[in-house]
Design a protein around this ligand. Structure first.
Ligand code: SF4
Ligand code: SF4
Length: 224
């Protein structure tokens, strides 16, 4: 999702790699659940999140859509899935996975953006770096190595996936702009949606192998 702000406006102005130490550890949040409230449609999901849901919750994207826990929105011309906030008190909205005590009920399987927070990603031509969002979380924090904070079993492979997925979304946006054809845009979006989100993943099989196969199908379509 594009953000029309400068890095200095939203961060401490520094860019980090996963080997860097950064003051991002919210020390268990200690009763705070601010970033699980009133997030609108900003908690976007990627295909890895869907695989993790399927593995951890036993539910695929179609089932979570039917339950209203996730929903679709168009971001930069491409249909993406996101967590759907739900009413949770007078005039309040919160994540449907948050319990009444303020705990995440799917902590081990929560989406990548929740695991990343309060860090963000800054994309460059040949990869991405991390930045620390400065005004999103005012809880006291400790320094932590980013690779530890992210808790990814295979971080290099995960980072490669994140960058590839970002590239697919950018390319899909560009292809639609270049074609200027509504039918092409609709078909491309439906293909992306079905291929990367809605076709159920095999939870017992690794994510990256399944993603590679779907990526090959996408490459075939866009190069035809
Ligand atoms: S705002 Fe910070 S402390 Fe509060 S729940 Fe989010 S990450 Fe934790
Ligand atoms: S999935 Fe968990 S961590 Fe993420 S917004 Fe929902 S309750 Fe919060």
């Amino acid at each position: 999702m594009k953000r029309y702000v400068t890095l200095e406006e939203i961060s401490d102005g520094k860019l980090y790699t996963s080997n860097d130490m950064v003051k991002a550890d919210c020390l268990g949040c200690k009763g705070c659940s601010k970033c699980c409230h009133a997030m609108g449609d900003t908690i976007l999901l990627d295909p890895y999140d869907i695989w993790r849901f399927q593995k951890g919750l036993g539910k695929n994207a179609n089932e979570l859509l039917a339950e209203g826990k996730i929903a679709m929105r168009v971001v930069d011309g491409v249909i993406l899935l996101h967590i759907q906030m739900a009413p949770c008190g007078e005039g309040e909205e919160c994540c449907p996975f948050l319990d009444g005590e303020g705990w995440c009920t799917i902590h081990a399987h929560r989406p990548g953006l929740c695991r990343l927070f309060p860090l963000g990603r800054y994309y460059e031509d040949d990869g991405f770096k991390y930045f620390l969002q400065k005004s999103e979380c005012d809880h006291p924090k400790a320094k932590v190595k980013i690779s530890k904070w992210l808790e990814e079993p295979d971080l290099p492979r995960h980072e490669a996936f994140v960058f590839t997925w970002h590239g697919i979304l950018k390319e899909a946006e560009r292809l639609q702009e270049e074609s200027g054809d509504d039918a092409f845009a609709r078909n491309l979006n439906l293909f992306l949606l079905k291929t990367f989100y809605l076709a159920p993943y095999a939870p017992q099989e690794g994510f990256y192998e399944q993603f590679e196969r779907r990526l090959a199908a996408y490459r075939k379509i866009v190069s035809a």
